[in-house]
Design a protein. Structure first.
Length: 88
């Protein structure tokens, strides 16, 4: 497999456009999020994993009090389903 390199400009706000080929490889969708991981002098980019903590407050609950154990189970099931669909 040949190595590909993409050189992208950095804006004055520190933003960089992720090339389409990289977005496709990572399975990134519009409004998705990426995680930057630093190990030594190397940086990797990968899709960010969804967490309940990151989504806290994004949706108004249907009933109160919320059943956080059930919500966590549903979120884990959804994440597993997505991983299967992406071929992980």
């Amino acid at each position: 497999m040949s190595e590909q390199q993409y050189v992208m400009p950095i804006t004055s706000k520190g933003q960089v456009t992720i090339p389409a080929a990289v977005r496709q490889l990572l399975g990134l969708k519009r409004s998705g999020k990426v995680a930057f991981k630093i190990k030594g002098n190397a940086v990797t980019v990968e899709p960010a994993q969804a967490t309940l903590q990151a989504a806290y407050g994004a949706v108004t609950p249907l009933s109160r009090p919320e059943d956080f154990e059930r919500i966590s189970e549903l979120a884990q099931e959804e994440q597993a389903l997505r991983a299967v669909q992406m071929g992980e």
